[in-house]
Design a binder for this molecule. Structure first.
Ligand code: ATP
Ligand code: MG
Length: 575
């Protein structure tokens, strides 16, 4: 329990002061509630003594008014603090996650970790948000209340005090074994929740495939399984609580009955006055209510603490630039030196050496799956090489902070991703402080101004998530406008084959031209025109590379000849 409390306090960071404040305020609230007992005491005593004056009633009224209004005010003050702490500590964590994810190597997202991260950012932190600070305040104030009232008891009757104490002990015994069980089940439940989130995400993203292949009956089996798993672990947790909850209820019931019985008995055998006997009953019932509050708080505490453990997993995310420095390159020559790279066991590049002089255009060619995209991504450090090194401007890409590296590189991806935001903000993504007129200029250069203007709200039109409301060619031109606006000295273009129709092709060529002017360009090219125009062509085949100009490669490289012949045939066929 102490450990769990410590965990929450550590997690709360700068918000811990608010949690402390809330607890201190709750302490005064406990003190105030003693006044209520005093009021009851005066009234009962007046009854016992047959005092018919209004004095005890008035005293009681004043005490109760002070106690209740003070309680309301203090509760409000404590809640304000703990609610603030809960929301802020979760918000900080979410921002922290967002920051970290930017620095995580792409491989991390391969291993199905998306569900886990999404789960943490949503449901797991929801628990912390709503309960994180409250639960501490509830437990502490329950305890403080109980202690305050326990102090009262010896003044009335020590024998009943012992019974109350015993009742508390038995109750806490059940609570602590329930808490232990929760500790075992909580991680399972979280795991299942993560699986569910990732399956839901996957189904939504793949909805068009599910529809088009008519898998609606079958394809969602995995999703259904995940839903069932999540339901089962939630039910298991609840089922687990039931017998313990029952035992707790029975314990309190028995001890309450016992105290009633004894209080009456002691009154009749003359060892307790009526006032004392009644006060003992009221106080011990109050103590039990407080201990119940603490007990249920402890179970929640366990859930919160395992949520925090889960959320803290992001601290161990592999982050790439722990020790980078902000570097502004003097030149943009790029070299690959003895670079090898594998995705797990799938070796994609083997001992590749390559020099890309600045302000030239280099084309990567090779069959599908040869490793063109991979090589380009390594240069932009989306992954780290397994062996060898990649330099830009003579410095290893691992020496740069990711920020300074990315400020020098623009990537136009094979699969363009656009955010569910306005066209303008999508273009401004790499340069958020750009003016509207710069955005329009970039869009004009990328040949997308006209179609943007034909959208319902022009540049203010909101694009569907992932660019769902635009055509492939339109998306690509917007992403080129994005790169033109960013104006980075190194450009990586992963040309998409599928989106090129003749009408679009001219526009795209013009757009690429505007983007690559006077830049160091790496182009993953499929079209003959682009390939022929390159200063250097790199053929990737079975993990090795060969390089040269078009003419050189036509002469020396079998694979390249074959590749070009295929293109020519395809082009001929098109005409
Ligand atoms: P294409 O012309 O079809 O785009 P490519 O030359 O760009 O092909 P890459 O995307 O670099 O090929 O892929 C090279 C190899 O690495 C392929 O065998 C592919 O299956 C594998 N691969 C690509 N991306 C990943 C990834 N994220 N995780 C694991 N393996 C991958
Ligand atoms: Mg590719």
């Amino acid at each position: 329990m102490i450990e769990a409390i410590r965990k929450i306090i550590a997690f709360s960071g700068d918000e811990k002061e608010r949690i402390y404040k809330a607890i201190i305020i709750s302490f005064f609230k406990s003190l105030l509630s003693m006044l209520r007992m005093a009021a009851i005491y005066f009234v009962i005593q007046a009854f016992e003594n047959g005092d018919k004056s209004m004095k005890p009633a008035f005293t009681a009224l004043i005490l109760i008014t002070v106690s209740i209004s003070g309680n309301v005010l203090l509760k409000m003050a404590a809640d304000l603090q703990s609610v603030h702490a809960g929301y802020y500590m979760s918000a900080y964590k979410r921002l922290d996650i967002a920051q970290r994810l930017k620095k995580v190597p792409m491989g991390y997202f391969n291993d199905n970790n998306l569900g886990e991260i999404t789960g943490i950012a949503t449901t797991v932190l929801d628990v912390v948000e709503n309960q994180g600070a409250n639960v501490l305040v509830n437990i502490m104030s329950g305890l403080m209340n109980a202690v305050v009232f326990l102090i009262y008891i010896p003044f009335f009757d020590i024998r009943l005090g012992i019974v109350v104490f015993l009742g508390m002990a038995v109750y806490m015994l059940f609570t602590s074994s329930m808490e232990k069980k929760t500790r075992e089940l909580s991680p399972v439940r979280q795991k299942n929740q993560a699986v569910l989130v990732s399956k839901v995400l996957e189904s939504l993203q793949g909805m068009s495939v599910i529809k088009s292949f008519n898998l609606t009956g079958k394809g969602d089996e995995a999703l259904r399984k995940a839903i069932d798993g999540n339901r089962d672990s939630n039910l298991a947790l609840e089922r687990l609580f039931i017998p313990y909850g029952m035992m707790q209820g029975i314990t309190l019931g028995i001890f309450k009955a016992l105290i009633l019985l004894l209080a009456v008995l002691f009154y009749f055998n003359g060892s307790l006055t009526m006032t004392y006997s009644l006060m003992m009953i009221i106080i011990s019932f109050q103590v039990f209510a407080d201990i119940e509050q603490t007990g249920s708080g402890l179970t929640v505490l366990r859930v919160v603490s395992s949520s925090i453990e889960e959320a803290d997993k992001v601290n161990s995310l592999p982050v790439m630039d722990e020790d980078g420095t902000d570097i502004v390159s003097k030149n943009y020559n790029i070299t690959l030196q003895h670079v090898s790279f594998a995705y797990g066991d799938n070796e994609v590049l083997k001992d590749v050496n390559l020099i890309i002089p600045e302000k030239t255009m280099t084309a990567f060619v090779g069959s599908s799956g040869a490793g063109k995209t991979t090589m380009a991504m390594l240069i932009a450090r989306f992954w780290d090489v397994n062996e060898g090194r990649i330099t830009i401007g003579g410095r290893d890409v691992r020496e740069y902070t990711l920020e300074s590296l990315m400020s020098q590189i623009s990537v136009v991806f094979q699969n363009v991703y656009l955010f569910a935001d306005t066209v303008e903000n999508n273009i401004k993504f790499g340069k958020p402080d750009a003016k509207r007129e710069d955005v329009v200029n970039a869009a004009k250069k990328a040949c997308c101004h006209d179609f943007i203007m034909s959208l319902p709200d022009g540049y203010e039109t909101v694009i569907g998530e992932g660019g769902a409301t635009l055509s492939g060619g339109e998306k690509q031109r917007i992403s080129i406008a994005r790169a033109i606006l960013k104006d980075a000295p190194v450009i990586i273009l992963d040309e998409a084959t599928a989106n090129v129709d003749p009408e679009n092709e001219d526009k795209l060529t013009a757009a690429f031209g505007a983007l690559t002017n006077d830049k160091t360009v790496i182009m993953i090219a499929h079209r003959l025109k682009t390939i022929r125009n390159a200063d250097k062509i790199v053929v990737i085949d079975s993990g090795r590379t060969d390089e040269g100009t078009h003419d050189e490669l036509m002469e020396n490289n079998e694979k390249y000849r074959y590749f070009i012949r295929l293109r020519e045939e395809a082009a001929g066929w098109k005409l």
